[in-house]
Design a protein around this ligand. Sequence first.
Ligand SMILES: *[C@@H]1O[C@H](CO)[C@@H](O)[C@H](O)[C@H]1NC(C)=O
Ligand SMILES: *[C@@H]1O[C@H](CO)[C@@H](O)[C@H](O)[C@H]1NC(C)=O
Ligand SMILES: *[C@@H]1O[C@H](CO)[C@@H](O)[C@H](O)[C@H]1NC(C)=O
Ligand SMILES: *[C@@H]1O[C@H](CO)[C@@H](O)[C@H](O)[C@H]1NC(C)=O
Length: 370
Amino acid sequence: MLPMSAGHRWRSSFPMRWREACLLGCWLSLCAAESFFACPSSCKCNSGNLEVDCSGLGLSSIPSDIPTNTRTFLFLNNKLSILPGPVFSNLSALQRLDLSNNFLDQLPQNIFSDLGNLTELQLRNNSIRALDKDLLQHTALLRQLDLSINGLAQLPSGIFDDLPALRSLSLRSNRLQSLDRVTFEPLTSLQQLQVGDNPWECDCNLRDFKHWMEWFSYRGGKIDQLACTLPKELKGKDMRMVPMEMFNYCSQLDDENSSTVLDNTGPPCTKGSTTPSKSKSGPEPEVEPSVGCPQKQRYRPVSVRRAIGTVIIAGVVCGIVCIMMVVAAAYGCIYASLMAKYHRELKKRQPLMGDTEGEHEEQKQISSVA
Ligand SMILES: *[C@@H]1O[C@H](CO)[C@@H](O)[C@H](O)[C@H]1NC(C)=O
Ligand SMILES: *[C@@H]1O[C@H](CO)[C@@H](O)[C@H](O)[C@H]1NC(C)=O
Ligand SMILES: *[C@@H]1O[C@H](CO)[C@@H](O)[C@H](O)[C@H]1NC(C)=O
Ligand SMILES: *[C@@H]1O[C@H](CO)[C@@H](O)[C@H](O)[C@H]1NC(C)=O
């Protein structure tokens, strides 16, 4: 653009030409910008940070003309319920995708498979009830994943296997009752996990996940409250505060199950050796990493030692009581025999002495014995 003072002389000599040229130039540059970043109709776009915002328009499908170089695509507060498979296939530059507050209930397995640059995925407040285990297989750069306020009842194991960069994960307000620690072990960068407002069942199935949470907190990870819904005795309690002893019965169940397994299928301890990753986990000091059966050995010594201790204490108490009874009995016998002997001697002496003093003494003795 020329300054106004310079344009003054030009406008007077070639007024029409200058205006035409300016208009043409503006139009051309607009066209160029638009062909570089063409905004889908009725959406708002910011070509500076390559953002397309189609939020709150009541749309039930994703516009097909999103520019392929889009980095941020916002589609909140719409009426999206179905995502056709290839809808994001041309958006490999996408880094942020927000589909919150829609009505999605299922996601095709390969829906995100072309989004190799994705770092943030928001699926908050939809109706998602199940996830495919391969859904996040190709989004290795993902750092933030929000699945809160959905209908998830369980997570398929392996779903987080390819998310080594994930730092923040929200599973708040779903229908989760239990989680498997194996599902969370691949999340090596995780720093923040939200699990609140789910109907957690704090039983043996959640025990291993409790171990994982303790390790996660120890490592500096932040986790909100995991409040139990069942069993009744633990209702409202934070699973992390429930002492590990409450779950001792689980190892007995394990032992029972493993003993029946051993009876049925040959060699012992094969199960333990196939899952070595579990043996490095527990913070129990009772672990005895010696013999071939690492997983079972972790729990058994505790209960056996306790049982032995109880037997020894009971034995000692019984012994002491028995000894006291024997001593009391012996004392009684000795005392009785001494008294008998004394009386016999008194009777022997009486006819010899024959005076009232002796009789009086004898009566005293008898009354004191009585
Ligand atoms: C992706 O781009 C190709 C070529 O430009 C086009 O034919 C195809 O329809 C696009 N796919 C989608 C889902 O927009
Ligand atoms: C990431 O985006 C760039 C374009 O910005 C693209 O060339 C590249 O293929 C994308 N990477 C992946 C893994 O899709
Ligand atoms: C969830 O989405 C629905 C529909 O889009 C909306 O009416 C509701 O307010 C949202 N709830 C929350 C907690 O964001
Ligand atoms: C033990 O086995 C039974 C059936 O075989 C199963 O229902 C139960 O969940 C198992 N318990 C544990 C703690 O693995």
